[in-house]
Ligand binder design. Sequence first.
Ligand code: SAJ
Length: 400
Amino acid sequence: PEVVMMGLGYIGLPTAALIAQGGTQVHGVDINQSVVDTINKGKIHIVEPDLGESVARAVENGMLKAATKPVEANVYLIVVPTPFKDKNEPDISFVKSATKAIMPFLKKGDMYIIESTSPVGTTEKMMHYIYEERPDLNGSLHIAYCPERVLPGNVMHELVHNDRVIGGIDDVSTEKAVNFYSQYVKGELHKTNARTAEMCKLVENSSRDVQIAFANELSLICDKANINVWELISLANRHPRVNILQPGSGVGGHCIAVDPYFIVSDYPMESKIIGTAREVNNYKSFWCAEKVQNAKLQFELEHGRKPKIALMGLAFKPNIDDLRESPAKYIAQKVLQNANNEEYYIVEPNIKEHNVFKLTAYQEAYKEADIVVFLVAHKEFSTLKANAQKIILDFCGVFK
Ligand code: SAJ
């Protein structure tokens, strides 16, 4: 094969399928045997629009094969997770073990590209690691960092159409990597060095986190000031140079709630706003759970009975089925921990069944509940009619 793709997850698999579709032979590698088996059957293990067809086609015409071990190729892409061990240290051990796995196959002139979100300096670190283990190759590889930027739910489109930032460890590496991506990316390819490209990815997600934190902070202020934050933001945004994002029940997912820590852990003294934004967004989820608790006690005092409570939405953002790092799920768990014989309805219209939460249809939950808590602004919820009989805790602006 021409390309070895290390990691067949949310980014690796769509990228592998896309490259294969363009007529390049791709060998995909994943440590999970059942993922490998699924893909070799032309099926997929993740939910993403249009990915299924693309993988099925690529496997059927023999351009994409999956395995648990790499083989010899000309281009090696590292697209594995870089989780955060605790609040102090990003974990690049998957990048390192993927690099170790391809080490015996590398030959002079090969290209090695990291796409995984990584702390600044990771590409240089991996270069030193490779040349230490393979001194025979010294200086002969083309090494670059090129972060992915796709939005879950729109991956197949954005992989092709988003601009990319490509940073080599030297100019030749950058040029070679640009040539490679130009085969399947229609967006612009921007050249830089590896460190800048690494920081660029972290900054993109930190920027969004900081902006959401600003909106969440406003929601706390407005709650105290008795002002409708949704109206306030929409009015402020009529200013030609103001563009405030939407408050919600917190910030979740695998990227925006994690990547800022990659900066904060390396530059703690300098990254005050970035670190504080993380705190504000985390606090917002805690605050929401407290609000539910207070509403519950208040209801009991006023009505002399336990309320029925609907928790609307579990996903980490609207209109997806992904519960990873979800603030809504965190709030639901916290509320249920404090349960004291109230009746609860848990709603997630994008999921049929869940092994922990017993799910109820959103219409029924809304009809039955005394207290309705909107945790995610799923499109289904906007069809519900406001009802003055109910206590509504609208954390994500369903009724604005
Ligand atoms: N959110 C708000 N208010 C808003 C917008 C979002 O509370 O106004 C919340 C969402 O509910 C969610 C979280 O923020 O909990 C993150 O959602 P998102 O849609 O902003 O982003 P992700 O995590 O799905 O994808 C991001 C994208 N990055 C940017 O937009 C800068 C995507 O382009 C990246 O590729 C992806 O992270 C990644 O993999 O890094």
